[in-house]
Structure formats: C-alpha cells, structure tokens
Design a protein around this ligand. Structure first.
Ligand SMILES: Cc1cc2nc3c(=O)[nH]c(=O)nc-3n(C[C@H](O)[C@H](O)[C@H](O)COP(=O)(O)OP(=O)(O)OC[C@H]3O[C@@H](n4cnc5c(N)ncnc54)[C@H](O)[C@@H]3O)c2cc1C
Length: 360
C-alpha cells in the first residue's frame, strides 16, 4: 500500500456500537475513514443487550430493518429487594444480541464508505504535530484524527495519557450468560417480564432478560466489591433452576465514571473508553452510539477547518453535553444507592425511586 492509501482523515479503533456508529457518521460526512477491530467480525461482547427507550432513535438513525434484529421485546419490568417485589410496571423494553447489533452498525459504516479491518489489534499510537501514527498487527496507518472506541481497557486512552488506569471504585465487574431455552419454556418460566433483583447487602443488581430462544442472566457490582462474584452468579443460576456451563459465563468491566477528559489534540474517546455509561444500570450501548456520533461531528468540523487544536477539540464537551447530563444524574443515583447501602438505609421506597427513573 502507498503512503497516500494509508493516510486517513479519521481512524476509529474498536468496532463496538461506539466505534461503528462513529465510523458510519464520519464516512457519511465524506471523511476518509478506517475502522480497526482487534477481533474477527462479527464479534460478541458480554452484555445484557438491553436498550431501554432507545429503539425509536435507532430506527431513525439506521432504518426500520433494525427491528429484524431485536431479540427480546418484554412488556413488564419487575424489581425486587431481598426477594420481595417492590415495583412492577407495564413497560415495553427491547433487547438485542450484541453480536448482531454491533455488526449491523458496522455494516452501516461499510455502506457509508468506511474501510474496515478486523482481526487486527492496535499496539501503539503516536500523536505527532501533523498526524497520528497507528501501529497495528497488520502494519502502520496514519490519520489526521484518532477516535478511541476500544472499550473499557482502551489502548487509545492509555497511550494518549487520557486514562492512566481506572480507580477500583470507578469500574464495575459484570458477569452474564445467554442460556438457550425454548420459547415455550421461556414463556412458562418468565412470561413477558424482565426481572431485576437488588439486595440490602449488595452494591449492584442481578437480572433476568428473556429473549428469542434464550434467556440472559447476569449480575454486576463495583470492582472493589467483586470478590465471590462467580459464586454469586452460580447462586443466581441455581435459584432460577438454570444450568450454566462454566465456559458460557462471560465477564467484563464497565466504567462507572466519566474520565476527567475525553479529548485532546487529534484524539477523541467515545463509549466505554471515555466512561460514557449510565452508572446506576451499567448501561452503555446508547451512550456509546451517542458519543460516537458526536465524535464524528467534531471530526468533520476539525477537518473542514483544518484545525486540530485543543481549543477545537474541547468543543466535544458541548457536543456530548445533552447525554452527559443524564450520565451525571445516574452517577449521583449510584452514590445515593451506595450511601444507603453503607448506612443500612436501603428500603422499598428508595429502590422504587431509583429503578423507576430508568423507565422514563
Ligand atoms: C455483563 C455486562 C452486561 C451489560 N449489559 C448492558 C445492557 O443490558 N445494556 C447496555 O446498554 N449496556 C450494557 N453493558 C455495557 C455495554 O456492554 C458497554 O457499555 C458497551 O459495549 C460499550 O460499547 P463500546 O463501543 O464503547 O465498547 P465495546 O462494545 O467494548 O467495543 C470495543 C471494541 O474495541 C475492540 N478493541 C479493544 N482493544 C482494541 C485494540 N487494541 N485494537 C483494536 N480493537 C480493539 C474490542 O474488541 C471491541 O470490539 C453491559 C456490560 C457488561 C459487561
């Protein structure tokens, strides 16, 4: 490949929802875009796949065919405290299989004109005066801007000094398994409900999400309290009378706090890489897509003005402001949850208030 061929307006690292959304919009703006993914695509991601109140926006962004890959459409949300029901609401909630959702958006990026290279880990990034140099398993690539959408352990965030490592209290560890089950069995055992279980001695929650032909069960808590998480997961499966093979249990971290800075000259972080997650629920699909699209708009502005200065990139804060406000509110709710747990104040009323806020 010639140097010219290897030079992009934007290189996006990571083909999750954040990176794929960013690449789709960058290419849509007419920017020469490269999306680099470490895994072979389509790849899976440990996740509940819940998208609460977000399907309408996804349809507006990517067309009604996204309906074809919705895997679960439940009608009732039930929340428990210490095994007693505290809150039940008729509320339609959609869920996805991440392998399908993420690849759907990646394909939208390809259709918009982005180049995609998978099976290719990024190893190093050097931010120069006039370009960004990206070293990968498949060679060197250069660009005007880099978007780090490479998840909670982002190499882009590390190599650019935007994240020197998460504080133990600022990340959670979550575990899940997607267990195959017939629709008849799912209907009989879980009906059309999502179940959330909270406890007065556990900073986190357990979930049961019925989908088409499978049920997703899981739990998450802050990393600083994640000892015995596997045993807790096994208890959950036992209580639900579900057999889970150890190989089918997947775990991954979720950020619980925004990074102090999610940008610098020629660099933007989106999704988990920047900490764009609703911390109370550990939900980050919506915010990954929103921050990915915001990053793409800023790239377009920077390339149009040939301005890659810090002053220009600081505008990312404004682009993200509308959903960062919600993230901060969710962080406050998590702190209230933590406080009440510590001082044994957690009760039916508080759990109802906290979890009601997630269904708008
Ligand atoms: C158990 C669990 C349950 C969850 N449930 C929900 C839920 O129900 N709803 C919800 O909204 N959120 C949920 N989340 C959170 C959600 O999964 C994340 O917030 C979301 O995946 C963030 O998307 P992203 O695009 O930022 O990053 P990711 O989806 O993590 O994608 C990052 C991509 O970058 C790639 N990558 C990493 N390093 C490199 C590298 N060096 N070079 C190239 N590529 C690289 C990875 O392979 C990956 O494909 C859950 C998380 C967990 C762990």
């Amino acid at each position: 490949m010639s140097t010219q061929e290897n030079f992009y307006d934007v290189i996006v690292v990571g083909a999750g929802p954040g990176g794929s959304a960013a690449a789709e919009k960058c290419a849509g703006h007419g920017l020469k875009t490269l999306l680099i993914e470490k895994e072979k695509l389509p790849r899976d991601k440990p996740c509940g796949g819940l998208c609460i109140d977000y399907l309408k926006e996804l349809i507006e962004l990517y067309g009604s065919e996204i309906n074809d890959i919705v895997e679960g459409r439940t009608e009732i949300l039930k929340v428990y405290l210490n095994q007693n029901i505290v809150f039940s609401k008729n509320y339609p909630i959609d869920s996805f299989l991440r392998k399908k959702l993420d690849y759907f958006i990646t394909n939208k990026a390809i259709k918009s004109g982005a180049n995609v290279i998978d099976n290719c880990a990024v190893n190093n990034i050097v931010i120069g005066r006039n370009k960004v140099q990206v070293s990968t398993e498949k060679g060197l690539f250069n660009s005007k801007i880099i978007i780090g959408a490479d998840g909670v352990n982002s190499i882009v965030a590390k190599k650019t000094g935007l994240n020197e490592g998460w504080n133990k209290n600022d990340v959670s560890l979550a575990m899940e398994s997607e267990i195959k089950m017939s629709s008849k069995e799912i209907e009989k055992r879980f009906g059309n409900c999502i179940f959330i279980y909270t406890y007065s001695n556990f900073l986190g929650y357990e979930w049961v999400i019925p989908k088409k032909g499978c049920v997703n069960i899981g739990l998450g808590t802050s990393v600083s309290r994640s000892r015995n998480l596997k045993e807790r997961f096994e208890d959950l499966a036992k209580r639900l009378n579900i057999k889970v093979k150890p190989a089918d249990i997947k775990a991954h971290m979720i950020p619980l706090n925004l990074l102090k800075k999610t940008y610098k000259e020629r660099v933007l972080l989106c999704g988990d890489a920047g900490g764009f997650v609703y911390p109370l629920m550990g939900a980050g699909i919506e915010t990954a897509i929103r921050s990915g699209r915001a990053a793409a708009d800023l790239c377009n502005e920077a390339v149009e003005n040939n301005d890659f200065s810090l002053k220009r990139f600081k505008k990312y804060e404004t682009y993200c402001d509308y959903f960062v406000k919600e993230i901060k509110k969710s962080r406050l709710q998590l702190s209230i949850f933590e406080f009440c747990l510590k001082y044994k104040l957690l009760n039916r009323f508080l759990i109802t208030r906290l979890f009601r806020s997630m269904v708008r």
